[in-house]
Design a protein around this ligand. Structure first.
Ligand code: FJE
Ligand code: FE
Length: 294
C-alpha cells in the first residue's frame, strides 16, 4: 500500500560520533562515512569534515574511479591539478570533481587564512563511468539554488531536488546532496527516492528526526532506514540546526579500494598502479608534474 508507506518517515538506524583524526599532512578530519562503524553506504565511500590550518593540507596525490565533492564551510581552499586546472573555493562554494580515469592534484588552504573548514564526500562511480574523462562542475555559493519552504528554513540544493527546486549538477551516480539551515521550532519534510541509501551529517545544533524524534547532535552521522519510505521528517526545538542530507542510488557492484583508487576488482587496482607508475591511460600528465601550491 503506497499510501501507507508515503505517510511514514524514514527513521534513524544508527548515530555515530566522528572524532578528529589526522589525515593528509597536518590536517584534521572528522570521518563520517568510511569509518569502521560506517562502512557499506553504497554509493558513498567517504565523508570527511576537514579542518586545515595554514601549515596543513593534501599535497600532490592521485584519484581514479570515483568523484570527490568538496563543499566549503569556512575559509579558502586552493586546488591545482596536473592538467593546469586551478582555482580557489570559499565559504559555501562547491567543487564536484569526477576523477574518472585519472586526476593528480593538490588541495591546500590559502596561506593567509587561519583555517579552512569544509566537507569532502567521495561518491563511487558505476563500472561504465570509472574510466571516463575527468570533469569539474564548480559552483559559487550564489550559483547554488535555494529552497525556502517557509521562513527560517533554507535548503541549498547542491544535487538533486528539494521542494520543487532542482540542481543542475550532473550526477553519474544518482545523488541527492542538500544543506539545511533550520531555525529553532521548525518542522521540515524532505522527499527522498525510496531506493536511495541516505544519511544526515550534523554540523551545528540539534535536530529531531523521524516519527520517533531521534535526537541528532553536531558531528554525528545519522543513517536513514531503508523502509521504502519516500520522506524524512526533521524538527528543531530550542536550538537552530545546520546539517547536510546526502542520499544516493546504490551501485551494487564489487568495490576494491586502495587509498585513492576505487575499482571493481583487484586486477583493475593492479592495472591502476601500473598506469600511475608508467604515466599511462589517464596519468600521462603526471610525468614530472609538481603542483605550485603544495
Ligand atoms: C588522503 C588519499 C586521499 N580526506 N578531505 C589518501 F585522497 C586523501 C585526501 C583526503 C582529503 C582531501 C580533502 Cl581536500 C578533504 C580529505 C582525505 O586527499 F588524505 C589520503 N590519506
Ligand atoms: Fe584529492
Amino acid at each position: 500500500m503506497t499510501s501507507t508507506v508515503a505517510s511514514l518517515s524514514r527513521s534513524i538506524t544508527k548515530s555515530i560520533l566522528s572524532k578528529e583524526q589526522s589525515e593528509g599532512v597536518g590536517a584534521r578530519v572528522r570521518r563520517s562515512i568510511g569509518r569502521p562503524e560506517l562502512r557499506n553506504h553504497d554509493p558513498f565511500l567517504m565523508l570527511d569534515e576537514f579542518s586545515v590550518d595554514k601549515n596543513g593540507g593534501f599535497p600532490d596525490h592521485p584519484h581514479r574511479g570515483f568523484e570527490t565533492v568538496t563543499y566549503m564551510l569556512e575559509g579558502q581552499f586552493q586546488h591545482e591539478d596536473f592538467a593546469g586546472h586551478k582555482g580557489t573555493i570559499g565559504p559555501g562554494d562547491l567543487q564536484w570533481m569526477t576523477a574518472g580515469r585519472g586526476i593528480v592534484h593538490s588541495e591546500m588552504p590559502v596561506k593567509s587564512q587561519t583555517r579552512a573548514h569544509g566537507l569532502q564526500l567521495w561518491i563511487n562511480l558505476p563500472k561504465e563511468h570509472k574510466m571516463c574523462e575527468p570533469q569539474y562542475q564548480e559552483l559559487l555559493d550564489g550559483q547554488i539554488p535555494r529552497a525556502t519552504p517557509e521562513e527560517g528554513v533554507v535548503i541549498k540544493v547542491i544535487a538533486g531536488e528539494s521542494h520543487g527546486v532542482k540542481s543542475q549538477v550532473y550526477t553519474r551516480t544518482p545523488t541527492m546532496y542538500l544543506d539545511f539551515k533550520v531555525d529553532k521550532n521548525k518542522t521540515v519534510t524532505q522527499t527522498i527516492p525510496s531506493t536511495y541509501t541516505g544519511f544526515i551529517y550534523m554540523l551545528k545544533g540539534t535536530a529531531f528526526i523521524g516519527d520517533k524524534e531521534f535526537e541528532g547532535k553536531a558531528h554525528h552521522t545519522l543513517t536513514l532506514s531503508e523502509n521504502g519510505a519516500t520522506t524524512v521528517k526533521i524538527q528543531t526545538k530550542d536550538e537552530d540546526a545546520h546539517f547536510v542530507l546526502i542520499a544516493g542510488e546504490p551501485l551494487k557492484e564489487p568495490i576494491v579500494q586502495h587509498g585513492p583508487f576505487v575499482m571493481n576488482s583487484s586486477e583493475e587496482i593492479y592495472d591502476t598502479f601500473v598506469d600511475y607508475q608508467n604515466n599511462k591511460n589517464g596519468f600521462e600528465r603526471a610525468r614530472n608534474w609538481r603542483s605550485t601550491i603544495a
